[in-house]
Each structure stands twice: as C-alpha cells, then as structure tokens.
Design a binder for this molecule. Structure first.
Ligand code: GRF
Length: 206
C-alpha cells in the first residue's frame, strides 16, 4: 500500500462469513475505502466463498489437509495473497493458527476478530465458555495476530451484556452484531491511516 491509496485486504475465512459480508457491505456502501482483493477459505464448503463470488471477488479454497505441515499451508496462503496484491490480512472466522511463514510475510498487518473480551476465553467456543463461567459481560475483540492463539496486541473491544435468559444462540447473535460494527470500524481506521501496522510483530517474546 502506498501513500493515499486504499489498502487491499485479503480475507481468510472458514465458515459462514457474516463478518466478511459486513466488510463487503461497508465497501459497497462507501463507508469503508478499501477493497477486498481475494477471499481464501481452508474449507471448500464455506458459505463465505459464496458471498465473495457473489460480490465478484476472487474466492479461493486452499485445503489445509493437502499440505504436509502448517508452514507449507501458510506458504501457499502467502503465495495466493501476494498474487492478489494484498496489503493487509484479515482473519474473519478463520479457524487455523498461523505460523511465522505468514506473519513474517505481512509483518504487523494481520488482524483477527474474536467473540470474547480477550484475554478472557481465547480459543474455540468463546461464547459457550462465557455462559459456562456465568460472566455478566462478554463481547468481542479485534487484535493483531501473533503466533499464539488469540493473543496479539488488542486494537478494539466492545462489551455485550449477558442476560439471565440468554442461550448460546441469543448471546452469539448479539456478539456477532457487535463484531460486525467493531471490525468494520477497525478496518476503516486502517484504511484511513489511523491505525498503523503493529510494530510488535517481530519483538522477541519472553
Ligand atoms: C466470529 O464469531 C469470529 O469472532 C470468530 O469466528 C466467527 C466467524 O463468524 N473468529 P462469521 O463467519 O464471520 O459469521
């Protein structure tokens, strides 16, 4: 991305793609000055691929099972992302942990959305974990991605109250609605230059 130009996002997905849809809708509606250069799923059956195709965006399935290692899978992702001129990598429901192969190719330019107020409830089933712990407030987090699971520097969060009557589906639905707003907001800040790449990407840990 060069000065003043809108960035090209490469969106990685594994599932339904409602966050992807919120991003596409914001771009289409003129409230997010960026473009989605490609959408890549590790699952061929992801609804998100259909959403991308419908929007006329290159939709690729790269199945992780066909690679001998996480690194080899990540190298294939990097090749595809570079081929499409991607500046920033956006994880929108992507269910694989990334290795330095990808993170070094896009230093400080990989962001993820997670359905809890991190560092609470990382990993899978964050909404279920919140219900099981009986927390009264949960929410969602957008963060820079590092080699851990849902562990990089936090960019933005939104709290969502847990109601006594909440089920997994009612709570998940409210968190999802919050995710769409927060994620698009962060991507708008990136697109408009208010958020810069994370400079912690290569800092040694420990
Ligand atoms: C979201 O809850 C996101 O936080 C998590 O995966 C889910 C993806 O939802 N990482 P969708 O595919 O965008 O609808």
């Amino acid at each position: 991305m060069t000065g003043g130009m809108s960035p090209a996002f490469g969106v990685l997905v594994s599932g339904n793609g409602t966050n992807l849809q919120a991003i596409l809708d914001a771009i289409h509606g003129g409230t997010l000055r960026a473009r989605v250069a490609c959408v890549i799923s590790n699952r061929t059956d992801a609804m998100a691929l259909e959403r991308a195709s419908r929007a006329g965006i290159p939709a690729l399935a790269i199945r992780h099972q066909t690679f001998e290692s996480r690194e080899a899978f990540d190298r294939a992702l990097v090749a595809a992302l570079r081929e499409h001129g991607v500046d920033w990598v956006v994880l929108a429901g992507f269910m694989r942990v990334l290795t330095p192969e990808l993170l070094r190719a896009f230093p400080g330019r990989v962001v993820n959305i997670h359905p809890s107020l991190l560092p609470a409830f990382p990993g899978r089933d964050a909404q279920r974990q919140a219900l099981e712990h009986g927390v009264k407030v949960t929410g969602c987090t957008v963060h820079f991605v590092d080699e851990g699971v849902d562990s990089g520097p936090i960019i933005a969060q939104r709290a969502v109250d847990v109601q006594p009557s909440d089920t997994l589906s009612t709570l998940s639905e409210r968190i999802h609605a919050a995710e769409h707003e927060v994620f698009v907001g962060v991507l708008r800040d990136i697109a408009d230059g208010r958020i810069a790449p994370s400079n912690t990407a290569q800092r040694p840990r420990g």
